[in-house]
Design a protein around this ligand. Structure first.
Ligand SMILES: [Fe+2]
Ligand SMILES: [Fe+2]
Length: 193
């Protein structure tokens, strides 16, 4: 349903389980970056009223996710560590050429956001199904549902603002590119690593 071309190797969960502190730290920053992306879209594209309304709601939701993750970090007696660069996202956002019309730039940013949500959702599903800590598994099941909705929203906006046929073609190309990136990943205790 997410359209992803390459599923994550299930052994990724075994790597994560050995280092819950690292995955929670990385995850906290994923939520913070999702909120930052929503703010950035508001600032860059203020005339897209429907988008601004939804991004305003999304900032609050993503920061509430950040709080949920941060609260778990505190509960475990840990302190939030420093952010690390997300190689997956750095590579992904090189796919579309820079420039083009405002609408083109918006569509590209919406498609990147949709894909990051989709992959996050897939990773959360794996965690929800395979973590031996059942409480943490349930935590990830709830977040998986939220991120699936975000994926649908971003892809929907791309199709609303761009040319439907062109957007669908770009989406398929981006999915192929993402699958190539994922071939080298699934080996680290980060949400997209
Ligand atoms: Fe989130
Ligand atoms: Fe999200």
């Amino acid at each position: 349903m997410l359209g992803l071309k390459l599923p994550t190797d299930p052994r990724w969960v075994n790597i994560v389980e050995k280092n819950i502190e690292d995955i929670l730290t990385d995850h906290a920053y994923c939520e913070q970056k999702a909120a930052s992306t929503a703010i950035s879209l508001i600032v860059s594209f203020p005339e897209y009223t429907d988008l601004v309304i939804e991004m305003t709601a999304l900032v609050k939701e993503e920061m509430s996710h950040f709080k949920m993750v941060h609260d778990r970090i505190i509960k475990n007696g840990w302190t939030l560590g420093r952010d690390r660069k997300d190689d997956y996202v750095i590579k992904l956002v090189t796919f579309f050429p820079k420039g083009g019309s405002r609408t083109t730039q918006l569509v590209h940013r919406l498609l990147y956001a949709a894909l990051i949500e989709a992959r996050s959702c897939e990773r959360f599903r794996l965690l929800s199904e395979a973590l031996s800590d059942k409480e943490l598994a349930e935590f990830y099941r709830k977040l998986m549902v939220s991120e699936a909705n975000h994926y649908t929203m971003f892809l929907g906006f791309a199709r609303q603002y761009g040319d439907r046929k062109e957007v669908d073609e770009k989406w398929q190309q981006l999915l192929e590119f993402e699958a190539q990136i994922m071939k080298d990943l699934g080996k680290k205790e980060t949400i997209h690593g």
